[in-house]
Design a protein around this ligand. Structure first.
Ligand code: FAD
Length: 283
């Protein structure tokens, strides 16, 4: 963990593009609340090959035009060079200078891989075409990407993105600090030297969390799962327990010297703000 201590901690919040007017109003209110914490940036997810792509662009430009810093996610699988170039040009023309560069997952039913197969190819492309204009974040997987054959292969593939020019990494969420510490130590041994910011998923809803975690390969430890299951529909108890567990985890990460936190907000301000306040973070 030594290498991570040299970086000034940075904090960021992730949104998804809203699909309804009501969702948009809610996101604006969430953004106003979280902006008070003065994060480094707000990131906005992007659906690979899907219909939400314009939603990402609209949400990003609205954040940027409100005077805050936005970091669009951009996944490349199934995309053409032209479509990726068009999106990046739109961001550049509007002063957006951050991007979270991803492979993404092919939506079911889509067959064509497109111009890029892996995220390292997207990072290479952005560096080649736009020089140092974009600050590039990439994804990291302390519990190993679900499609990787083993941790070592996944680490080699992670290094490809760093060597291609990534500035920083954000991890998949996890509830096991040791997986993160081990991953960072392995990166250090492999000569990977960049901030690896832990992705933090507040716990607010067991069913939704279990479904997400199955899809993305994040493990909910048995003791957490069993307690959450035991609360049934008692939302207040789930929220209170979740806040406590995630705060304790973040405290341990802070003690070891992490380079900040990236909160997966699910477009809600309250759960991330509660953890922020418990940690005594300053705006
Ligand atoms: P890659 O880094 O390309 O890795 C994918 C897999 O391929 C891994 O198993 C890796 O080991 C392997 N691999 C990588 N490079 C090579 C290579 N050159 N040769 C052979 N194998 C290789 N998904 C979305 O659709 N939209 C989002 O907005 C989004 N945001 C995310 C944000 C964060 C912080 C994280 C952690 C994930 C996000 N995801 C998002 C999910 C992500 O798209 C999926 O996890 C996807 O399966 C992998 O994307 P990646 O960029 O990590 O891929």
């Amino acid at each position: 963990m030594i290498s991570q201590k040299k970086y000034t901690p940075q904090y960021s919040f992730e949104f998804f593009p809203p699909k309804t007017e009501q969702g948009l109003d809610k996101l604006r209110a969430t953004r106003t609340e979280l902006a008070k914490l003065k994060p480094k940036y707000f990131s906005v997810t992007f659906g690979a090959g899907g219909s939400t792509q314009q939603g990402t662009i609209d949400t990003v430009l609205e954040i940027q035009q409100s005077g805050l810093s936005a970091a669009p996610h951009l996944s490349c699988v199934g995309s053409t060079l032209e479509s990726i170039t068009h999106i990046l040009n739109t961001y550049k023309e509007n002063g957006v200078n951050r991007v979270v560069a991803l492979r993404g997952d092919m939506p079911s039913g889509m067959q064509e891989a497109g111009a890029f197969r892996y995220a390292n190819e997207l990072v290479e492309f952005i560096r080649r075409e736009y020089g140092d204009y974009f600050h590039i974040e990439v994804a990291a997987y302390p519990e190993v990407h679900p499609q990787a054959s083993d941790a070592q292969t996944d680490l080699i593939n992670f290094k490809r993105k760093v060597d291609a020019g990534a500035n920083a990494a954000i991890t998949q969420y996890f509830y096991n600090c040791d997986a993160y510490f081990r991953f960072v130590d392995d990166c250090e041994k492999a000569g990977i030297d960049l901030p690896i910011v832990p992705g933090i998923m507040p716990i607010t809803n067991y069913t939704q969390l279990a479904r997400f975690s199955d899809m993305c390969g994040a493990e909910i430890p048995r003791w957490i799962k069993k307690r959450l299951q035991g609360f049934g529909d008692d939302r207040d108890s789930i929220m209170a327990f979740g806040e406590d567990v995630v705060t304790q985890m973040c405290t341990r990460l802070q003690q070891e010297g992490v380079p900040g936190f990236h909160f997966y907000t699910m477009n809600q301000a309250g759960p991330s703000m509660a953890i922020w306040q418990n940690l005594g973070l300053k705006a």
